[in-house]
Design a protein around this ligand. Structure first.
Ligand code: GAL
Length: 375
């Protein structure tokens, strides 16, 4: 892997390219190659549209890895026909296709048989075991969204291949640390208590790795009327029954949790299926709360505010060498032709220490945010 250019060399190259373009009147190559263009088709380095929806990012040894749902054409493409796709990049603009990290199975007895639903894959590196651990939302074939489980897979290399270990519901037989007495009584719509023995429902999800190496699964639960933050075991392979229930009674999905200057932040969406809705944001001093709901983080045109730019959050990426700079990653779903779903990446801005998002049709990072470090 070649090291990315230093800041000075980069500007020189960029300056020469822009000058050449101006002289010959060609489109500016810097913008064509080195800009995020939310909502537009985004090709990989082979010229094929990137196929990694509901994605998540792993940063490892000087490389970014983008994992996402490989979608296919038509509405059947919303279900898993292929598996989890992975791409790698040094600069976040140019993505190399690294293939299918986790393949669906042809065995009808497998939980990840073709035509099951595999969504929102996220990968962490576990320093204790040296393994890459993938979690995803799994729905069993032919059961709609009723199973509400998580799948877990491991690999020795970031790109995989990942070996599927199994699926389950999190936090079986455990109450959240902030449980109230009335939550422990079963009844209609008392999902926390009703699912106590089975494990909690887990649909839209993300992973978050803290600076101390502890990792958390954040999942939409209780018929998507609450989020749970749940600590993972030291090997990241399971939940350990230590979890917090967030904003019970609030329809919440699409969690993306990140840390900035020792403070925790969360983006999420409402619950309207594939249709976009208004975003939520929240903050806390500790992962275990108390979490405070903030305003809708979107600023700008009314339609952008009410639909989160027509998209739904999937991940928030703090840049490794510029931890104050965070990229908000979201999906514009196309349920009738799943493969045509688009990516909306925007820089997180700050207003009085609260994260906000504004539309930009094309934008760039400061040059330092290419990964410089090589091990
Ligand atoms: C969305 C969710 C997607 C997918 C979809 C199915 O709300 O965020 O990941 O599950 O519902 O309708």
């Amino acid at each position: 892997m070649s090291a990315p250019p230093s800041g000075g060399a980069f500007f020189l190259r960029l300056g020469a390219a822009v000058l050449a373009a101006l002289l010959v009147g060609a489109p500016c190559p810097a913008l064509a190659e080195d800009a995020f263009k939310p909502g537009e088709i985004w090709n990989d380095t082979a010229g094929v549209p990137i196929n990694a929806h509901g994605g998540g990012m792993l940063v490892h040894d000087g490389t970014y890895y983008w994992f996402g749902e490989h979608k296919t054409e038509g509405s059947a493409g919303n279900r898993a026909q292929v598996g989890v796709h992975v791409y790698s990049s040094k600069d976040l603009y140019r993505w190399k296709d690294e293939g299918i990290a986790l393949k669906v199975s042809d065995d009808p007895a497998s939980d990840i048989v073709r035509d099951s639903i595999i969504e929102r894959p996220k990968v962490l590196f576990n320093r204790l075991t040296g393994k890459f651990v993938m979690w995803f939302h799994l729905e069993l074939k032919g059961k709609g969204y009723r199973a509400a489980r998580n799948g877990v897979a491991v690999a020795d290399r970031p790109q995989g291949p990942y070996r599927f270990l199994g699926s389950s519901r999190p936090d079986m037989g455990a109450w959240p640390m902030n449980v109230r007495e009335e939550d422990q009584i079963q009844g209609p719509d008392k999902h926390l208590a009703n699912d106590f023995a089975l494990g909690q429902q887990s649909r839209d999800m993300t992973l978050f790795q803290d600076d101390d190496g502890k990792a958390y699964l954040i999942y939409s639960s209780e018929e998507n009327q609450s989020l749970h933050i749940s600590q993972l075991s030291d090997d990241y392979l399971k939940t350990i029954g230590r979890y917090l229930r967030l904003f019970p009674g609030t329809p919440l999905e699409a969690p993306a949790l990140f840390k900035r200057q020792g403070h925790y932040y969360l983006f999420a969406s409402g619950v309207t299926g594939w249709k976009p809705n208004a975003a939520y944001s929240a903050e806390a001093n500790s992962i275990w709360g108390p979490w405070q709901m903030l305003d809708n983080p979107v600023r700008g045109a009314a339609e952008d505010v009410s639909t989160t730019f027509g998209a739904q959050s999937t991940y928030a990426l703090p840049l490794p060498d510029m931890p104050d700079r965070i990229i908000f990653m979201a999906d514009r779903w196309k349920p009738q032709n799943a493969i045509d779903g688009r990516y909306v990446w925007l820089p997180v801005e700050w207003e009085h220490d609260k994260p906000v998002l504004r539309w930009q049709s094309a934008w760039r990072l400061p040059v330092q945010s290419s990964i410089k470090r090589e091990r």
